[in-house]
Design a protein around this ligand. Structure first.
Ligand code: PRT
Ligand code: MG
Length: 214
């Protein structure tokens, strides 16, 4: 069998992909998963997992360092899905990309009046594109995390961030004011692997697809 490498990120993506892999008949080596190893063997000698940062998954897959990867749609939108195939919506790690602002501002704010916005976000490209399409200019402040803090300390008026339960926004006195995109994790594939390893790749996508549905 031709070997297959699947890129995953620690945290949410790994946690929610593991049950799908198990249902697809791929049991990762538990002792390796719990260690600091970055290459994980599985019950299938031809399938290995590599554990990397979420934002690096598209890069590994694009360059063929991994044949397959699991990445949030937010990451794919921001870092470009070009150079790879978006094969399958796994419908895991579900959340939404939203514009949020302090509740006090929201009381007197009308998104229809927006012409220029100062926004803090981890997603500058996606944010700029979203507002440019609506003719709204943006001054974007790039952050790497804890976006919810930025409006509270005067860094910006609004943020663009992922919202799951909404608890983080609520705890920081922020409210959602505009929806940008629904987000879930996708199975992505390297373009060359799709040709060279067509059969094993298709088989894996099918197994994960039925695991995601069942
Ligand atoms: O943490 P690290 O810096 O290594 O990378 P990462 O933050 O990109 O990884 P991780 O594991 O946090 O997120 C991986 C992927 O999970 C993201 O790319 C999304 O596709 C997906 N996902 C799903 C989420 C959430 N739900 C989510 N709620 N990613 C982040 N959040 C954060 C959000 O940014 C906010 O701070 O959780 C907070 C809000 O949660 P609620 O439930 O309070 O609304
Ligand atoms: Mg995180």
């Amino acid at each position: 069998m031709q070997p297959l490498t699947i890129a995953l990120s620690k945290g949410r993506i790994l946690e929610e992909t593991l049950p799908l892999l198990v249902r697809a008949g791929i049991e990762p080596e538990r002792s390796q998963l719990d260690s600091r190893r970055l290459i994980i063997d599985t019950s299938r000698p031809d399938v290995k997992l590599v554990i990397i940062r979420a934002a690096d998954v598209p890069t590994y897959v694009k360059y063929g360092a991994a044949d397959l990867g699991v990445a949030g749609k937010d990451v794919l939108m921001e870092y470009g899905g070009d150079g790879l195939y978006e094969l399958l919506d796994l419908k895991i790690a579900v959340c939404r990309l939203m514009v949020a602002e302090p509740a006090g501002l929201a009381e007197r704010d009308d998104p229809r009046d927006w012409t220029r916005l100062r926004i803090a976000t981890k997603y500058p490209m996606t944010t700029r594109r979203h507002f440019a399409d609506k003719g709204i200019q943006t001054d974007i402040i790039k952050l790497y995390g804890s976006m919810e803090l930025a409006p509270l300390v005067g860094l910006c008026d609004r943020i663009v961030d992922l919202v799951g339960t909404g608890k983080t926004l609520k705890a920081n006195g922020l409210v959602e004011v505009e929806h940008i995109a629904d987000i879930s994790a996708w199975l992505v594939a390297n373009r060359a692997s799709m040709k060279m390893k067509h059969a094993p790749l298709k088989d894996m996508a099918q197994r994960l697809g039925s695991a995601a549905q069942g």
